[in-house]
Design a binder for this molecule. Structure first.
Ligand code: ZN
Length: 486
């Protein structure tokens, strides 16, 4: 016997709970058979079998399994149930990447109804928690009363943090979709809030109350407030998590290396940045006439290598570029290729911001970055949105960030349309209010053009990172701030 930590029970009408504290599973009993809403962890399989039997039903009558989203805590028991019963499974197409052991029979479409017997479940696409999260609405009836039930298919916010999103290659804009989904769900009246985790609707506690006094169903709140209160708390939870994350995972990018101290975009500058403790490197990519990707900011080497070098880098050969020396503060070093740079730094557990400085090198850059397995630690940036669009086309698995000089409604719309994950505004625009607003649009915020004066403002505002020529100064400030708050 696989007894659940919440014994199976009837919630109302033909709706039963057959899950566990960790993963809810709900059963509809209809004249045409059984339907499950979410299955749960793999070991929920036995819990479901035993719960259904204890309630007096036959699992062989299972006809349909609808699933709120693809995460394993809602779908891992599905494969075994399908093998046993041949039940038809429903999932969003976008969430297939999360599941294992079965292929959904039906992909949801927004607004569709799943019917079995007299039960009709309205399925609304409410992305955010995952790309293909669906929420469900249906009626239950008992003793002449009819209640509208609702479930938010993905209310959890930890899955909207970087660690999780990077693992599954989820675009950060899902954070915005999460908020939009909440707004959409608030339009739905719900008398009986059904959780897909027991904590959401206090399944265990309400079960006890229901058993003590079956006359008053504790799951029911005809005012709809229980549902709305639950939804209303979620945006604040997400914002708090993202704010905490931005501090914990703050990225100090050595801008072109520690370029205040060493010739920018050289090994010397990059290593100086790393030795100072920077957890990110920002650099610029161009291409020589003979196709070598090199790290250099300006179109000619004149500023870094001597006024006489006015020939454009894209008109020079790699051999010509290699003959040059970039100098600063009496230090000098060679211009490096992207490949050489990656040989030295790709294996490190740091974040990379690679700026495209020339058009039509997107494919080549993507290819080299892929070869070094840089997908999960790189943001490819540019001031030119068309470069980023082409890059995204060539390599959709990479995150992109748009460097902008101002931020307005148009910028935010275009940024989202281009599938960018990061907004890179100039430092002086980065205030707490702005960060909150832009983050609610689903973007990470990384500032550029940072001076010693604006550095503190950007960090205090809660940005996710910034590029600085002087990583040591910023790191010292961060350390002092953390010590103060400790
Ligand atoms: Zn989930």
């Amino acid at each position: 016997m696989a007894l659940s930590d919440i014994a199976p029970f009837r919630i109302a009408g033909n709706l039963y709970f057959v899950g566990t504290q960790k993963a809810s599973s709900h059963l509809f009993v209809t004249s045409e058979g059984l339907m499950l809403l979410d299955t749960g962890y793999e070991d929920n399989y036995e819990t479901i079998l035993d719960s259904v039997a204890l309630l007096g039903f036959d699992i062989k009558d299972l006809k349909i399994i609808i699933q709120s989203h693809g995460h394993y805590d809602h779908t891992d028991a599905t494969a075994k149930l399908v093998a046993l019963t041949g039940a038809k499974t429903y999932l969003a197409k976008e969430d297939v990447k999360y599941i294992c052991g079965f292929t959904p029979d039906v992909y949801y479409t927004d607004g569709m109804t799943v019917r079995l017997g007299e039960t009709e479940v309205l399925c609304l696409h409410t992305p955010g928690h995952t790309e293909g999260t669906y929420s469900f609405f249906f009626y239950v009836e008992e003793n002449g009363r009819r209640w509208r039930c609702g479930m938010f298919g993905g209310a959890g916010t930890p899955q909207l943090l970087k660690q999780f999103m990077n693992k599954w290659n989820v675009p950060y804009v899902m954070r915005k979709h999460f908020l939009a989904s909440i707004e959409r769900l608030k339009q739905e009246h719900v008398d009986l809030f059904v959780g897909n985790h027991a904590g959401q609707n206090h399944t265990r506690e309400n079960r006890e109350l229901l058993i003590k006094n079956p006359v008053v169903n504790p799951f029911v709140d005809e005012s709809g407030d229980t549902w709305l209160n639950f939804l209303n708390k979620l945006p604040g939870k997400l914002a708090a998590r993202l704010e905490a994350e931005s501090k914990e995972e703050f990225v100090t990018f050595a801008h072109r290396g520690a370029s205040e101290y060493a010739p920018e975009n050289t090994m010397l500058a990059f290593y100086t940045g790393i030795f100072m403790g920077a957890n990110g490197i920002e650099t610029d990519v161009r291409q020589t006439k003979d196709g070598v990707l090199v790290l250099h900011h300006d179109s000619t080497p004149a500023r870094m290598c001597g006024e006489e070098h006015t020939k454009r880098i894209d008109e020079m050969t790699w051999a010509e570029v290699q003959a040059l020396n970039a100098t600063k503060n009496g230090l000098s070093d060679k211009i490096v290729s992207l490949e050489d740079f990656l040989l030295h730094f790709a294996h490190r557990d740091i974040t990379f911001a690679i700026e495209l400085k020339q058009k039509n090198i997107e494919r080549e850059v993507a290819e080299v970055l892929r070869r070094f397995d840089m997908q999960k630690k790189t943001v490819v940036t540019s001031f030119h949105l068309d470069y980023l669009k082409r890059f995204k086309e060539a390599a959709p698995e990479f995150r992109t960030g748009w460097l902008v000089k101002k931020v307005d409604e148009t910028v935010l719309t275009e940024l989202a349309a281009a599938g960018c994950d990061q907004l890179c505004p100039p430092a002086d625009l980065v205030t707490s209010e702005a960060v909150r607003e832009w983050r609610a649009e689903g973007f990470d915020i990384r500032a550029w053009g940072v001076t010693r004066d604006t550095m503190k403002q950007v960090y205090d505002a809660g940005a996710n990172g910034m590029t600085v020529n002087f990583p040591d100064v910023l790191l010292q400030y961060i350390k002092e701030t953390c010590d103060e708050n400790a």
